[in-house]
Design a protein around this ligand. Structure first.
Ligand code: 5GP
Length: 183
């Protein structure tokens, strides 16, 4: 059903598991003497967060918050809004933000600044996908799964109009699906 809307698969499921394992091992080594707090950014983070956590062999917790920068279309809008805040304090905590994708860098910069302002001891970012050609604000995530070109992708948490998040892979959406989109 969903596959007919996909032009091509960019990152298949096997590769996603492979890179999540690699990042999980790196985090396990880097934080071997700490108990990091992993913060997932809803809704896109969920499949990646779930996969990544399986490969982190540490005493760690995860929490979620929701920020919105895209409003149903395929282009980022300038402002980032906090839709659901954290239920816990980050003061003194070593935080790792788990993101589905870093594009313009706006979302991650806003969240990172906020958590730093709230007293986190450190804030790093683990992203499944990085789209460096889309950057408007400078940002280099510490943990990057796969670097992709400047294309609009869906699947494994990433949506178009809230659909396609349940695809087990990351793929490029056919332009015909969104060509009449005016947002
Ligand atoms: P940024 O603030 O870095 O531009 O964007 C981060 C957010 O924009 C991501 O968490 C994601 O929700 C959305 N985004 C950026 N690029 C894409 C993309 O190619 N596909 C989808 N579905 N969402 C994207």
């Amino acid at each position: 059903m969903l596959e007919k809307d996909i032009e091509r698969i960019l990152v298949d499921h096997k590769k996603i598991v492979e890179v999540s394992k690699k990042l999980g091992n790196q985090i396990t080594n880097d934080y071997h003497d700490k108990k990091p707090l992993i913060i997932g950014l809803l809704n896109g983070c969920l499949p990646f967060l779930a996969e990544l956590m399986k490969h982190i062999d540490l005493y760690c917790e995860y929490e979620v918050m929701s920020v919105k920068s895209y409003h149903g279309g395929t282009k980022s809008v300038g402002n980032v809004k906090i839709v659901k805040d954290l239920d816990v304090s980050v003061e003194g905590r070593h935080v790792i933000i788990a993101e589905d994708i870093v594009d313009t860098g706006r979302t991650i910069n806003v969240v990172k600044d906020l958590l730093t302002y709230r007293g986190a001891a450190s804030v790093e970012v683990a992203t499944l996908l990085d789209k460096p050609e889309g950057r408007i604000e400078a940002f280099v995530p510490k943990y990057i799964g796969v670097t992709i070109p400047k294309v609009f992708v869906v699947g494994f948490g990433l949506d178009y109009d809230d659909y396609y998040r349940n695809l087990p892979y990351v793929g490029v959406l056919k332009e015909s699906v969104y060509k009449n989109d005016i947002s």
